[in-house]
Ligand binder design. Structure first.
Ligand SMILES: *Cc1c(COP(=O)(O)O)cnc(C)c1O
Length: 366
């Protein structure tokens, strides 16, 4: 007699098959996001592109992450019929995950700080999710794990799994899409790709893809005030913490998240919060588009790199992301009263941006 433990479950597998097919069908109905050309003077010989992630069905680049985390959980046997799906998220990730949970008929609980904006809470509830509040942001992770264990559900854990849930070799990930969309441009291989880090998943996917496809493109990560990523990178200390939340939603974390892969980041640039907001307002002036604060951080970094290339007499291209639209931030980043109440002065940074647009020179306020 041999020892056998058989846990096969044909009905459970059939449910997972249908769930995977449902998520794949949603992807097939969705178009790729645009790679917008940002208007720089053509005589500079440098092209800047914005990958517009606001056009996903749930309005941000977190749509990609949510799809990947659900597929990863389903294909790892961690999400099954009736599983309650739990996440620690103060925003966009939970919005996108609530969308996928509803699509699969699964209950979804977002664990978030009590300070989360009304608009975000309303969006999660709109997609059928339940919001569960904690008083201290740092308690989110343990509370999400506890809730999932209590109900036999699954904690998606974006901050741990973002870097591995996405297929970095290709499969239409964000990096492959960018390179495909650049293929008919005059500079199809960019000098730089510039992104922020929240989970770190997007920078991990892009950095790995660049090496795998053997592109010479370098990866710059921009980081806001109060974030642990920049000091952790500078000091080579992955357990660095600041304990202070970021004002730029989606990026900058009080701890270096496990999904942040510093070994593939070529440069990190710390960006003042007032500069991020000045840049996102500058975007509206130059293109008529409103975006979230992290897009401003991206643009500030991208502009400074364009100026550096100009000063060095180099031509080429730079790519960054429009992470989400501005409609979620009408009462914050686009409100002069909110900006003043935060003690932020955008004027010197707006002047840096105007000077850059006119001359191509980068002169930051002291
Ligand atoms: C999550 C997020 C980012 C950063 O992406 P990661 O892949 O998590 O590092 C940037 N901007 C916004 C608006 C986000 O929600």
């Amino acid at each position: 007699m041999s020892d056998v433990v058989d846990r096969s479950d044909p009905a459970g597998r059939a449910w997972v098959d249908r769930a995977v097919a449902t998520v794949e069908a949603d992807a097939r109905r969705s178009a790729d996001t645009h790679l917008l050309a940002y208007p720089l003077p053509p005589e500079w010989g440098i092209d800047l592109y914005l990958k517009d992630e606001s056009t996903h069905p749930t309005g941000s680049l977190k749509h990609r992450l949510a799809r990947s985390l659900f597929l990863y959980g389903l294909c790892s046997g961690q999400i099954s019929e009736g599983s309650t799906v739990v996440e620690a998220s103060s925003g966009s990730t939970a919005v996108s995950e609530a969308y996928f949970a509803r699509m699969l008929g699964l209950p979804f609980v977002a664990v978030m700080p009590r300070s989360t904006s009304r608009e975000k809470v309303a969006l999660i509830e709109f997609h059928g999710g339940v919001c569960h509040f904690v008083d201290r942001a740092s308690d989110m992770y343990d509370e999400a794990r506890r809730l999932a264990a209590e109900c036999g559900g699954h904690y998606l854990d974006q901050f741990t799994y973002a870097e591995r849930a996405t297929d970095w070799r290709g499969n239409n990930n964000i990096a492959e899409s960018i390179f495909e969309q650049l293929s008919a441009e005059r500079h199809p291989v960019p000098e730089w790709v510039v992104v922020g880090a929240g989970t770190g998943g997007t920078s991990a996917t892009i950095g790995r893809y660049l090496r795998y496809r053997r592109h010479r493109t370098r990866l710059a990560v921009v980081d806001p005030e109060n974030s642990a990523f920049f000091p952790g990178y500078e000091a080579g200390e992955p357990d660095r913490t600041t304990g202070t939340p970021s004002r730029i939603e989606g990026i900058g974390r009080p701890r270096v998240e496990p999904s942040f892969v510093p070994t593939i980041v070529d440069r990190m640039i710390r960006v003042p919060d007032a500069a991020s907001l000045a840049a996102v307002r500058h975007l509206e002036t130059t293109t008529g588009r409103r975006a979230g604060g992290s897009t401003g951080t991206n643009l500030w970094g991208a502009f400074s790199l364009v100026a550096e290339m100009l000063a060095a007499g180099r031509s080429g291209s730079v790519v960054t992301l429009l992470c989400d639209g501005g409609e979620r931030y009408a009462h914050t980043y686009y409100s002069d009263a909110w900006v003043a109440a935060q003690g932020l002065d955008l004027a010197p940074h707006a002047a840096t941006l105007r000077r850059f647009a006119e001359t191509g020179r980068w002169e930051e306020a002291a």
